[in-house]
Design a protein around this ligand. Structure first.
Ligand SMILES: *Cc1c(COP(=O)(O)O)cnc(C)c1O
Length: 537
């Protein structure tokens, strides 16, 4: 009985491969198919309890590996890219943690698994993961997919190199250089420096390091005791991105009027710091929650006057520089000393793609971070050693993050990227207009950017603003709607409180693949999920 089944399986496989997968065979993988069938035979046998020489053997055969990859790629294409972008599918197949653990069987064992089981693993990982490519995913400051960028990401993974030296990453050292020059030119800096960083938070940390090093170079060898207590300034909403891993007493949050920095307060700088010496102001272009842009010219005046390093955290908002129509939001950016910008957010370059740019062209970044590792940065190399850019980073090995942006940019051009930015602005404006036509949607602020922050007020709470328990009841609306959308899988959008404001939704529009219908759906769905509140609470 077992033998019969096995033979049928083998015949089907051969037929399938020969007729449908000619290309695979042309690429020289033919032998692997037979090899694999051999393995499947063992696996089937082991699954049937006959014997299992396959399990536990190292998978060292290239042809086998390439065959697995081809099959895994098909699963990825189907589950992540076809189903994952299909509006009729769920954004997320939600399960509580214990249930999900049981479904996934994450335990690692002595023996290895069969090709077939492993493909099922790939499928399960895709199935139970959140589809950030889905047109109804509005939960983070990244969303959607760009296929050229994705090709760049696959290529990056396949090449598996490190960005630090020209000898091991010749293409990418040149490419990173071109990307940084191009991005700097958009900021308005004909010269300067920069580096791709693992995250906007790291870019912000670099800004603090370099600013401190410029003011007190001895800090690098003598440590913190060699410098006075220092103070940095940023707005309250983004303080988190400068306080790495905790509250730092000398990061001063500057009150915001509405949502951007109240610059008058900065005038009082020397009096605010209780003896600590101000060294840096970190302005924000596009705050994370409300999408507010600080007035850069005004802040630049204050930094000039007080000789402070002016950093701009444009991790979220930097991409407005592509848009002729909207780049005025960052007017004055050329006066800054440094900038953090995440193309993986609005531009869809894919996680992670973050640049730290500087106006400085005296090699401050390298001097501040270099460790001169002799096994990487030998001084007697046969090529121009300025090509070894790795010492600008506090990392050693560094992922190649420029390729995905470069390939995407090549594909759609600067104009294509500008159109994307303009399109999402238009959609955000559309959403705001549609909201104003419906009862029950109340904006937190008139949006400057593509963040639309709002409260949904269910019918039972309308007109009750004067009641004592109104705010408390309102604060519970967003979490309940969120739970309902997650369990249903219909969409994902974030909510949060902000200082005195109780929980409100933050809708963000990023992906150029979404449309007005998705905006209409969004509003309908919030109403559907929330209209019976507060009765149910
Ligand atoms: C997203 C964001 C960051 C952090 O970027 P990561 O890449 O997530 O570290 C910093 N600042 C602002 C304003 C952001 O929106």
């Amino acid at each position: 009985m077992f033998i019969d089944l096995h033979n049928i399986f083998v015949c089907l496989e051969i037929k399938n491969k020969v007729t449908n997968d000619k290309k695979l065979i042309l690429f020289g993988l033919k032998s692997s198919i037979f090899h694999r069938l051999q393995q499947e035979k063992y696996c089937l046998e082991s699954m049937n309890g006959v014997n299992g020489p396959q399990n536990g053997q190292p998978h060292l055969d290239h042809a086998d590996g390439q065959y697995f990859l081809t099959e895994a790629y098909k699963v990825i294409l189907e589950e992540v890219l076809c189903k994952g972008t299909d509006v009729k599918e769920k954004v997320c197949d939600w399960h509580d943690p214990e249930e999900l653990s049981a479904l996934l069987d994450l335990e690692l064992r002595e023996g290895g698994e069969s090709h077939h089981q492993l493909l099922q693993r790939v499928r399960d990982v895709a199935k139970y993961s959140v589809k950030t490519n889905h047109p109804r995913f509005f939960n983070q400051l990244f969303a959607g997919v760009d296929y050229h960028s994705l090709a760049g990401r696959f290529l990056t993974e396949a090449l598996n190199t490190s960005q630090y030296t020209y000898e091991v990453a010749p293409v990418f050292v040149l490419m990173e250089n071109v990307m940084l020059t191009k991005l700097r030119s958009m900021v308005g800096w004909p010269q300067g420096d920069g580096i791709f960083c693992p995250g906007g938070s790291v870019s912000n940390m670099y800004a603090m390091n370099v600013a401190r090093y410029r003011a007190y170079p001895q800090v690098k060898v003598q440590g913190l005791w060699a410098v006075p207590r220092l103070a940095a300034f940023t707005s309250q909403e983004v303080k988190y991105y400068l306080c790495f891993g905790g509250e730092i007493p000398h990061v001063h949050s500057v009150e915001e009027t509405q949502d951007f920095m109240q610059t008058d307060l900065l005038e009082l700088l020397p009096f605010l710091t209780q003896g600590a010496v101000p060294f840096l102001v970190s302005a924000t272009s596009g705050t994370t929650i409300q999408g507010a842009f600080d007035p850069l010219d005004r802040i630049a005046d204050i930094c000039d006057k007080n000789k402070l390093w002016m950093h701009v955290d444009a991790a979220w908002g930097g991409s407005v520089l592509f848009s002729k129509k909207h780049k005025h939001l960052m007017k004055g950016i050329e006066r800054a000393d440094s900038l953090a910008w995440n193309p993986h957010k609005m531009l869809l370059a894919g996680l992670q793609c973050c640049v730290f740019l500087l106006k400085d062209n005296t090699d401050l970044l390298k001097q501040c971070h270099c460790a001169n590792a002799t096994y990487l940065f030998q001084q007697d190399k046969f090529y121009d050693m300025r090509m070894d850019t790795g010492d600008k980073s506090v990392q050693c090995g560094r992922k190649v993050d420029c390729l995905k942006l470069w390939l995407m940019w090549k594909a759609v051009g600067t104009e294509g990227l500008a159109e994307r930015v303009d399109k999402v602005f238009k959609l955000a404006r559309y959403l705001v207009r549609e909201m104003s036509k419906r009862e029950g949607f109340q904006l937190v602020n008139e949006p400057q950017f593509v963040n639309v922050c709002f409260w949904y007020i269910p019918p039972s709470l309308r007109g009750k603003e004067g009641n004592n328990d109104y705010q408390e009841k309102l604060s519970k609306v967003a979490p309940v709607i969120k739970e309902r959308m997650m369990r249903k899988g219909s969409m994902m959008v974030g909510y949060q409180p902000l200082r005195e404001k109780v929980n409100f939704f933050r809708m963000v529009i990023i992906s150029p693949h979404i449309s007005q219908e998705d905006m209409d759906f969004f509003l309908d769905e919030i109403e559907r999920l929330g209209k019976d509140l507060y009765n149910a609470l």
